[in-house]
Design a binder for this molecule. Structure first.
Ligand code: NAI
Ligand code: NM2
Length: 496
C-alpha cells in the first residue's frame, strides 16, 4: 500500500465472516467513505442487513463452541500471536487508520501500540480466569466457575477505530467469548484487518466477525436473540437507545459514552507540566476524544501566565497532511462534524467567550489537501460555567479556560455536569491532589498527567458517561458470568 495521502482506494469487501472477507448477503445501497485529509472517496460501504447480521452471529456461535472449550492458556497463546502480528504490521495498520480517520500518523502509531499491548495484557489474564472453592458442613462444598457469556456485540465510535475494537475484543476473547463487531460507518477499514489478524493467529474461523453500517445494522445486532452482551462506545443519545434494546433482551451492557471532563490546575503546579497536560487533555486526535479535559479550571493567581503559555503552545501545533512525520494535528472526521465544531465556537463568541487563538478553518498549502476537514485548535477565554461550550461535549479541538479561587469552589463546579468520564488535577501538594480526585465524580482521574492510557488501568465513566469498564482486570468481570455449583456429599434431608 502506498503511504501517500490522496492515493489509497480500497476495493476489497469490508464484511468479515467465518474467517474471510465477504460481501454482505443482503447488501443495500453503497455509501461513500471519505479520506478526511483530502475529502476524497476512499471506498464504498455496503451496509449489512438483518440476514448478514444473522449470518455473522451464527458464524460466531459456531466458533464459540470450540473457543469456549479451550483452556485459558491455549487462548492466551493465540492472543499473544495476534499481538505479535499487529506489532509486525504496525506501520501498515497505523497508515490505514490515518487515511480513514484523519489523525496524525504519529498518534495512530501510539494507538496501534496500545492495541497490541491490550491483547498482550488479556492474554496474560486468560490463564488466570478461575472460580473458588467454598467448604460447606459435613464435607459438602460449593465451587464457582467463571464462564464466558457467548456471542458479544461490539459497537464502536470513529475516533479510535482499531483501538476501540481491541479494547473490546481482547477481554471478550480472553474470557472465551466470540464477537461480532460493528465499527462506525465513517471508519470501516482497520477493524477488518484486525479480523484477518485473529484468523492468521489461529482463532477458530468465525470467532471475530465484522458487520458494517450505521444505526440500522447496530439495531439488528442488539436485538439478535443469540447476542448475549453489548459493549458500546459512542454518544450518550445512542447509549440510551442501546440500553433500551439491551433491556428488552435482558442483556448486560457496557456503555462508554461522552464526557465534558474537568482539568484543575492549581497555582502550586509545575507550570510546564500543567501546560503540557492541558494540551494532551484537549488536542489529541483533533480533540475528538471522549475523556478530554475540556473544562480547564485555572487558579486565578496563575491564570495569565498559564493562559499565555497554553495559547503560545497551541499556536505552534503543526496542522496538515496527517501522513507527514512532523504533523501533530490532522483533519477532523467529516464536513458535518467540522461544521458542528465551528458552530460551537460561533455560539461561544455570541455568549461572551473570547477566542484567544485558533477556531478558524485551516487551509493547507498543498493543493491535494484543500478539500480536507482542517481547523486551527482553539483556546477560549472569558468562559463561564453556563456557556454552551462549557456544558456540552464539542468533540473537537476547543479548550475552555475557567478561573477559580478555592479548592472547595472548583470541586463543586467540576462536578456540576451530567457527565462523569474523567478528570485531572495538577498540583505539587500530594494531599490536595488525592483529596481533589477523591471528590471528583468521574471514573478515570489523572494526577499530574492527562490522557495517557496504560491498558492495565480500568477505564470507564460515572453518571451519563456510562458504566462498565474497559481495560484492567475489571473488564474480565464484564465479559464473564459466575456459575455456582453446590455439591452434596451426604444424603438429602427432605422436608417433605
Ligand atoms: N467513553 C468512551 O470510551 C468513548 C466515547 N465516545 C463518544 O462517542 C461519540 C462520538 O462517536 P459517534 O460515532 O459520533 O457516536 P454515535 O453514538 O453516533 O455512534 C457510535 C456507534 O453506534 C452506532 N449506532 C448509531 N445509532 C445506533 C443505534 N440506534 N443502534 C445501534 N448502533 C447505533 C454507530 O453506527 C456507531 O458505530 C462522542 O459522544 C464521544 O464522547 C467516543 C469514543 C470513546
Ligand atoms: C486513548 N485515549 C485515552 C486518549 C482515549 C481513549 C478513549 C476514546 O476512545 O476516546
Amino acid at each position: 500500500m502506498s503511504s501517500v495521502t490522496g492515493t489509497v482506494t480500497i476495493h476489497q469487501p469490508l464484511n468479515y465472516r467465518a474467517g474471510a472477507r465477504v460481501q454482505p448477503a443482503d447488501g443495500g445501497q453503497a455509501e461513500d467513505v471519505y479520506e478526511p485529509a483530502t475529502g476524497r472517496v476512499i471506498t464504498k460501504l455496503v451496509s449489512s442487513g438483518e440476514k448478514e447480521v444473522d449470518l455473522a452471529v451464527q458464524s460466531a456461535k459456531a466458533a464459540f463452541k470450540i473457543w469456549s472449550q479451550m483452556s485459558g492458556m491455549e487462548r492466551s497463546r493465540v492472543l499473544l500471536e495476534a499481538a505479535r502480528i499487529i506489532r509486525e504490521q504496525r506501520e501498515e495498520i497505523a497508515t490505514l487508520e490515518t487515511i480513514n480517520n484523519g489523525k496524525s500518523i504519529f498518534e495512530a502509531r501510539v494507538d496501534i501500540d496500545i492495541s497490541w499491548q491490550c491483547l498482550e495484557y488479556y492474554a496474560g489474564l486468560a490463564g488466570s480466569l478461575a472460580g473458588e472453592h467454598i467448604q460447606l458442613p459435613g464435607g459438602s462444598f460449593g465451587y464457582t466457575r467463571r464462564e464466558p457469556l457467548g456471542v458479544c456485540a461490539g459497537i464502536g465510535a470513529w475516533n479510535y477505530p482499531f483501538q476501540v475494537a481491541c479494547w473490546k475484543a481482547a477481554p471478550a476473547l480472553a474470557c472465551g467469548n466470540a464477537m461480532v463487531f460493528k465499527p462506525s460507518p465513517f471508519t470501516p477499514l482497520t477493524v477488518v484487518r484486525l479480523a484477518e489478524i485473529f484468523t492468521e493467529a489461529g482463532v477458530p474461523k468465525g470467532l471475530f466477525n465484522v458487520v458494517q453500517g450505521g444505526a440500522a445494522t447496530g439495531q439488528f445486532l442488539c436485538h439478535h436473540p443469540d447476542v448475549a452482551k453489548i459493549s458500546f462506545t459512542g454518544s450518550v443519545p445512542t447509549g440510551i437507545k442501546i440500553m433500551g434494546m439491551a433491556a428488552k433482551g435482558i442483556k448486560p451492557v457496557t456503555l462508554e459514552l461522552g464526557g465534558k471532563s474537568p482539568l484543575i490546575i492549581f497555582s502550586d503546579c509545575a507550570l510546564e507540566n500543567a501546560v503540557n497536560g492541558a494540551l494532551m487533555a484537549n488536542f489529541l486526535t483533533q480533540g475528538e476524544v471522549c475523556c478530554n479535559g475540556t473544562r480547564v479550571f485555572v487558579e486565578r493567581k496563575i491564570l495569565d501566565v498559564f493562559t499565555k503559555e497554553v495559547v503560545k503552545r497551541t499556536q505552534k501545533i503543526k496542522i496538515g497532511d496527517p501522513l507527514l512525520e512532523d504533523t501533530r494535528m490532522g483533519a477532523l472526521i467529516n464536513r458535518p462534524h467540522l461544521d458542528r465544531v465551528q458552530g460551537f465556537i460561533k455560539q461561544a463568541k455570541e455568549q461572551g467567550a473570547e477566542v484567544l487563538c485558533g477556531g478558524d478553518l485551516y487551509v493547507p498549502d498543498d493543493p491535494k489537501l484543500k478539500n480536507g476537514y482542517y481547523m486551527q485548535p482553539c483556546v477560549l477565554g472569558n468562559c463561564t460555567d453556563d456557556m454552551t461550550c462549557v456544558k456540552e461535549e464539542i468533540f473537537g479541538p476547543v479548550m475552555s479556560i475557567l478561573p477559580f479561587d478555592t479548592e472547595e469552589e472548583v470541586v463543586e463546579r467540576a462536578n456540576n455536569t451530567k457527565f462523569g468520564l474523567a478528570g485531572g488535577v495538577f498540583t505539587r501538594d500530594i494531599q490536595k491532589a488525592h483529596r481533589v480526585v477523591a471528590a471528583l465524580k468521574a471514573g478515570m482521574c489523572f494526577i499530574n498527567n492527562y490522557n495517557i492510557s496504560p491498558v492495565e488501568l480500568p477505564f470507564g465513566g460515572y453518571k451519563a458517561s456510562g458504566f462498565g469498564r474497559e481495560n484492567g482486570r475489571a473488564a474480565m468481570e464484564y465479559y464473564s458470568q459466575l456459575k455456582t455449583v453446590c455439591v452434596e456429599m451426604g444424603d438429602v434431608e427432605s422436608v417433605f
